[in-house]
Write a protein of this length. Structure first.
Length: 308
């Protein structure tokens, strides 16, 4: 594969500009966007990933089946990227039966313990035994409501990977941290702690979901430009942790008030490899449009012109 020299040199410049921002918080406004540089070619090497997180919804198995069927009808044969639904435990198998041939059905969390006196626990090995392929870890609601620590989230990630499944690790800053320009620091800490002990080889089964807490369920979607800048920061943290090749192969999704109206702008950003959708994943028409996102023709042409 040949990468355009302009893209490479622009990226090097960008990377050098950003790399100093991890330990000393840097205002987002002062960071250069990586859209053209970081780079067009990468969009083709990372498969897009559109996912929905149903959280504590819907209320019954019948409704879950109906919702899954409606969503499944939006996943056409031409869709050659990943689509997944993270659903409540009691619905996993029924939803798999309905739409398992069209999309992946994942779990919204698990407990890292494998067996024993842990009332309410759901172990990775149990999930594996019903063919779950994807598990969420570190969602901000679990961090805050259930007081899950980075150490606990790390244990989940390690066990999920040990069982041969894939993990989607959620990270992201609060409103106050965003205001204080601590985005890079928070992401770096959550990545380093959450992925502690995860080998470079296992990173092919890890996806990062950047979900700024201030954008979750608030209707305040981060602009595509802000999200892109943070994704570049996250990728550079991964470069420091795992080296360039792995960092560039790792998919980084955006989550937080994504709608059918914001999806195209988000997916047009070169470092946004997909989305994790909450509320809109309960609305089949809207989520169907999100699954079938559209890229602006000029942008697609620009990408096609890059010499790969
Ligand atoms: P909303 O899309 O409802 O903001 O939720 C995002 C989310 O938390 C996905 O995990």
């Amino acid at each position: 594969m040949k990468i355009s020299p302009t893209a490479v040199s622009l990226f090097t410049f960008l990377a050098n500009t950003l790399v100093s921002s991890f330990t000393v918080p840097t205002p987002l406004s002062s960071l250069t966007t990586g859209r053209a540089s970081s780079s067009s070619t990468e969009l083709f090497t990372r498969k897009p990933f559109i996912s929905g997180n149903w959280k504590l919804n819907p209320s019954t198995k019948e409704k879950a089946i109906e919702l899954a069927q409606d969503i499944g009808s939006s996943v056409g044969k031409d869709i050659d990227y990943d689509v997944a639904l993270f659903v409540p435990f009691p619905f996993i198998e029924s939803v798999m039966e309905q739409v398992g041939d069209k999309l992946s059905v994942g779990a919204e969390m698990c407990t890292p313990e494998m067996a024993g006196a842990f009332t309410g626990g759901i172990s990775p090995v149990m999930l594996k035994s019903i063919d779950v392929q994807w598990v969420l870890a570190g969602h901000s609601e679990r961090r805050t409501i259930n007081k899950e620590t980075d150490g606990y989230i790390n244990a989940q990630c390690v066990k999920i990977l040990e069982e041969g499944m894939n993990v989607m690790l959620c990270i992201g800053e609060t409103d106050a941290e965003f205001e204080k320009d601590l985005v890079g620091c928070v992401c770096e800490m959550q990545l380093k702690k959450g992925l502690s002990g995860v080998s470079a080889e296992d990173m092919s089964r890890v996806v990062i979901a950047y979900e700024p807490v201030w954008a979750i369920g608030t209707g305040k979607v981060a602009t595509p430009e802000i999200a892109q800048k943070v994704h570049v920061i996250i990728r550079e943290i991964l470069v420091k942790m795992y080296g360039r090749d792995i960092a560039y192969d790792t998919r980084i999704l955006y989550g937080g008030s994504v709608t059918d109206e914001s999806i195209d702008g988000l997916m047009a950003q070169p470092d946004i490899d997909g989305v994790l959708v909450g509320g809109a994943s309960l609305l089949p028409d809207k989520f169907g449009r999100i699954i079938n996102y559209q890229l602006d023709e000029t942008f697609v042409k620009e990408l096609q012109e890059v010499d790969v």
